[in-house]
Design a protein around this ligand. Structure first.
Ligand code: PLP
Length: 445
């Protein structure tokens, strides 16, 4: 089976140059550290585009597919512009993501709105913007959406987000399809919702069902199960209500390789399994051809991203361990603290080094003992001012970053063909206090 870049630990343009420095997108990471300062998020455009192209090619045999980049993984103007130019739409989960997508020039009809608690204002904004699809999660949302569509004299196209009760073997916090979950309608609610849409909610056009079963998934069986459960429902609904759905949304969740132990699926294998299972099930249930929607977030962007840091303090505790502290931490990468995520790293200025490997713990500079980036890693004799490069930080890193300890959010640059461009500016002190207000009565105290 053909490989795809989500199966690699490093961006596809990663090289070691004649100075024994790490190079990505033709740019020397040590030079980038000097030019842009650290911590610095770096996105390799070639890797991102190669994954988008892999998705399109891998699903060619299904023909009618729309990929929606799950923008929660990394949402900014430049990234959305790139994925749109690769024929991806996007899924958004807030008015902020929707605003960013529209501002990036993403076509409204290629935007889908997900989320378990969309507000009236968010729905109003999305209906006004004429976005393509809503994935309706619950009855409160359905009733608000119908009211808004009616007020604006429109009919809106929706999926019903359902919970297919599929157990997938991933971290508890990134599972979403199991029974005890805040997301989606229960299967037993579907009939009630269909009757409401048929009889009451005249401004709603239901296109099909949507499920998203979790994230960082390495197995194909759960996707086969998901398709079987959904298409089974399609036949049941067709027979009971004479409603034939025309679309199906299987969500995202495809895995990436954070460490050597991870064995994510090739996008080509995912394409094979999903396309053939779906075709089989359409035939089995005598359904008409369904337009397929997929929402890959992590697998689209993760591998193209790395973060570079400068090593500062090194603390040796004899017979216990060595801590190396970097100039960022849980404020730019919360994932290890949040769900024990693991990462791989190298010292970018010491590639091919003959120095003895030392087992160390990489920590950040924030005031929490849990501010650990890598529990244990072997690095060639790390020293103050070395540049540490952590791989696979494209997804859910910047988007989950914070200003904890009033740390300024790092810059993000895009590298390609030896060129580097800022795509998110580093925050300034002014940015940090932008929304702070001193009440008048405190001013002269
Ligand atoms: C509804 C939905 N679609 C897509 C995604 C993207 O998942 P992933 O980044 O694992 O592909 C998520 C992630 O939480 C989601 O909730």
């Amino acid at each position: 089976m053909k490989n795809s870049a989500n199966q690699f630990l490093k961006p596809i343009t990663t090289k070691i140059n004649e100075k024994n420095h790490l190079e990505i997108g033709g740019c020397d990471l040590v030079n980038l550290a000097h030019e842009y300062k650290t911590p610095l998020y770096i996105i390799d455009e070639a890797t991102l585009r190669s994954i988008c192209k892999d998705y399109i090619r891998a699903f060619e045999k299904y023909e009618n597919v729309q990929f929606l980049y799950a923008s929660k993984a990394l949402c900014n103007l430049a990234i959305l512009k790139i994925v749109a130019s690769e024929n991806f739409g996007c899924d958004v989960v807030s008015e902020g993501e929707l605003y960013t997508a529209l501002k990036s020039g993403m076509k409204p009809e290629k935007i889908l709105f997900n989320g378990n608690n969309k507000t009236f204002e968010e729905l109003e904004y999305a209906v006004e913007s004429n976005i393509g699809r809503f994935s309706v999660d619950n009855l409160t949302e359905l009733s608000m959406l119908n009211e808004i569509a009616q007020n604006q004299n429109k009919k809106v196209s929706i999926f019903l987000r359902i919970n297919p009760k599929i157990e997938c073997h991933t971290h508890e916090y990134i599972k979403t399809g199991q029974e005890d979950s805040k997301f989606g309608f229960n299967m037993s609610d579907i009939d009630n919702v269909i009757e409401l849409i048929k009889n009451t909610y005249k401004n709603i056009d239901i296109k099909g069902l949507h499920a998203h079963i979790g994230s960082q998934i390495f197995e194909t069986q759960v996707f086969k199960d998901e398709i079987k459960i959904l298409t089974n429902e399609y036949e049941r609904i067709k027979n009971k209500y004479d409603i034939e759905f025309s679309e199906i949304n299987l969500g995202g969740g495809f895995g990436v390789k954070y460490t050597e132990e991870d064995e994510p699926l090739s996008i080509y294998e995912i394409g094979d399994v999903i396309a053939s299972t779906l075709k089989e099930q359409i035939k089995k249930h005598s359904l008409k051809n369904l337009k397929l929607y997929l929402e890959p977030g992590r697998s689209t962007i993760c591998t193209s991203g790395v973060t570079i840091y400068t090593i500062g303090n090194i603390k040796e505790i004899p017979d216990i361990r060595t801590y190396i502290a970097v100039d960022g931490g849980m404020s730019d990468n919360i994932r290890p603290a949040l769900y024990g995520a693991k990462y791989d790293a190298v010292i970018a200025n010491k590639m091919n080094s003959k120095d003895t490997l030392k087992t160390v713990r990489v920590v950040g500079k924030l005031c929490e003992s849990g501010d650990i980036l890598i529990e244990e890693i072997k690095l060639p004799n790390p020293k103050k001012d070395d540049i540490l490069c952590v791989f696979n930080t494209g997804a859910y890193n910047y988007s989950m970053s914070s200003n904890y300890n009033r740390i300024k959010k790092p810059a993000m640059i895009l590298v390609n063909n030896s060129q580097s461009d800022i795509i998110i500016n580093r925050e300034s002190f002014e940015d940090l206090v932008r929304n702070d207000v001193i009440p008048k009565r405190l001013e002269n105290k």
